[in-house]
Ligand binder design. Structure first.
Ligand code: TPP
Ligand code: MG
Length: 561
């Protein structure tokens, strides 16, 4: 996929075709090579357009529309080219609402094309006649009906341009069936280079000055650092200034796991005792304590700087010492230049050493659990076995509750763009869609899907899609026979729990086998490693079903509210 997303729309010579031909051609011009869908007659022109395109567009047909949209969202996250999902009218579109919302919360570039009951029968009660845009408007950057076949090419161009522009997010179009099947000769837009938002140089100078004054700064790098293509600028900034870093979301891996300036493992101390926290490319939401830093162990409150990819992303609820927005490479480079021009050159070495000590202590503490021989298996032991087996190019996907929180604690990616978590919307069920996308977007990379047993039930049928499309991935199910992340809080609040248990020791590996993949169940901690080796060697969709201790809850200090 090529990195072209935004279009100062020029036009090419007129082209003839039905609505699907035009939509597919414009999507391909934006760098799309795959559409994710589940069949419905309302969108047949999209399939015909894909089959007959030159070269044809790959069609990946799935078993639930949520998987199609989660897959397209994940393609957008991994490739930074908007993913494309095609949903049939009515229930097809409404089944896509959760993943579209997830894309909105995560700033993922995504275009969803929906079918729509025919305009010439509107109001007469044709099958699946639903006006979708009002449902989608609150969770998209654009949600509209394209009323004429001749308008489809321009509308699809607009949808891709908006989805791929800062701040990225989902867009939605639907096309009445009669117009979709109709033909028109139109000028298809030509896709141009990406336009970049510029930052205010005075604001960047102010951030540089605040850093020059700071004694205990921390830099937080989030998803938009990757999404905006600023990962190289960010690493350069870190290495040349020596500032310690905490990462979250797709910011993970921008500073590789094990790097001396990566202090995510000492996050509490870093953010709690910093005097300046510079947050780049992620909202100041519950994952970052709503932007309140400092105050720990008698430390004064920290100053906060927010750097975002676009003005609308700058926090409105925090009293910021400074902020700036724009193309994040230019923003980061601009702050670095300002810092280098400052009269004083800050010395953060003692602060960094202090945090490195805390990281080392955390690593030591973790080591014990990672080696745990407890029976039933402690979930941390799974990561003790998995992490050393991860390749530098691995794509690691989390779909679950506590089991995935443990992954966040123990997996530190070596490269950016290889970590997919649900983000601030926290929607379970993305697992199989994300795995399908990862295998397609990174054909030679290791792909590992971490599934809670509860989450597994939401998308496991799409192993069928992995099998039919020959997409091998390794799935690891942390099977504690419970909706663990809900069971423990309910116990804590009420002293009992209800609606939180799942059937004991369910054989999710047998489900995968029944669908044509491979798998096995593990109950002995020493058998986890060999099972993972068999999974990686299998070259097939393979699920390692690890029976874990339901009482080994993730030690969390926030429930996100
Ligand atoms: C679609 C959706 N439904 C419900 C929830 C609430 N929820 C968050 S975590 C969780 C439990 C997940 O259980 P499991 O996948 O087994 O992981 P575990 O916590 O047991 O490791 C639930 C139900 C949610 N986040 N998303
Ligand atoms: Mg569970």
């Amino acid at each position: 996929m090529t990195d072209v997303t935004e279009a100062p729309s020029d036009t090419a010579p007129a082209s003839e075709g039905h609505g699907g031909d035009h939509a597919v051609a414009v999507a391909a011009a934006h760098g799309v090579d795959t559409m994710f869908t589940l069949s419905g007659a309302h969108v047949f022109p999209m399939y015909d357009g894909a089959v007959k395109a030159e070269p044809p567009m790959r069609i990946v047909d799935v078993r639930h529309e949520q998987t199609a949209v989660f897959a397209a969202e994940a393609v957008g996250k991994l490739t930074r080219v908007p993913g494309l999902a095609v949903l049939t009218a009515g229930p097809g579109v409404t089944n896509g609402v959760s993943p579209i919302t997830q894309a909105s919360f995560s700033g993922s570039p995504l275009v969803v094309v929906g079918g729509r009951a025919p305009a010439n029968r509107w109001g007469m009660g044709s099958l699946q006649e639903l006006d979708h845009p009002p449902l989608l408007a609150p969770v998209t950057k654009l949600a509209r009906t394209v009323h004429q076949v001749a308008e489809i090419a321009g509308a699809v161009d607009e949808a891709f341009t908006l989805a791929g522009s800062s701040h990225r997010g989902p867009t939605f179009l639907d096309v009445p069936m009669d117009q979709f099947f109709d033909k028109a000769t139109v000028d298809r837009p030509v896709v141009g280079p990406r336009r970049r938002l510029e930052a205010d140089p005075d604001a960047l100078a102010r951030v540089g000055a605040l850093l020059a004054e700071a004694s205990r700064p921390v830099l937080v790098l989030g998803t938009d650092v990757w999404a905006d293509g600023a990962e190289e600028a960010a690493l350069r900034f870190v290495e040349q200034t020596g500032v310690p870093v905490v990462t979250n979301g797709m910011g993970r891996g921008v500073v590789p796991g094990g790097h001396p300036l990566l202090v995510t493992k000492a996050r509490g101390k870093a953010l709690g005792t910093a005097d300046l926290v510079v947050v780049v490319g992620t909202p100041l939401d519950f994952r970052l304590g709503y932007g309140v830093f400092g105050g720990k162990d008698g430390a004064p409150p920290a100053r906060v700087v927010h750097l975002a990819d676009s003005p609308g992303q700058v926090s409105g609820h925090v009293d910021l010492a400074a902020s700036a927005s724009g193309d994040l490479t230019a923003v980061i480079d601009g702050v670095q230049a300002a810092l280098e021009q400052a009269a004083t050159r800050p010395d953060w070495s003692a602060w960094v050493a202090d945090l490195q000590g805390a990281v080392a202590a955390a690593v030591e503490r973790d080591a014990e659990l990672l080696r745990s021989e407890a029976d039933p298996i402690h979930p941390a032991r799974i990561y003790g076995e998995l992490v050393p087996r991860l390749a530098d190019d691995s794509v690691v996907i989390g779909d679950g509750g506590d089991f995935v929180s443990f992954a966040g604690k123990y997996v530190e990616p070596k490269r950016p763009g290889g970590w997919l978590d649900p983000g601030p919307y926290g929607c379970l069920g993305a697992g199989l869609g994300s795995a399908i996308a990862a295998r397609i977007a990174r054909p030679s990379a290791q792909v590992v899907l971490l599934l809670g047993d509860g989450a597994a039930g939401m998308s496991l049928m799409d192993v069928d899609t992995l099998v039919r499309h020959n997409l091998p991935v390794v799935m690891v199910c942390g099977n504690n026979s419970a909706w663990g992340l809900e069971k423990q809080p309910m116990q804590m609040l009420y002293g009992y729990d209800v609606a939180a248990d799942l059937a004991p020791r369910t054989r999710y590996d047998e489900v995968v086998k029944a669908l044509g993949g491979g798998g096995e169940t593990v109950t002995d901690p020493t058998r986890i490693g060999p099972a993972l080796d068999r999974a990686f060697a299998s070259g097939a969709p393979y699920l390692v079903n690890v029976i874990t201790d339901v009482d080994a809850a993730y030690p969390r200090n926030t429930f996100g509210v």
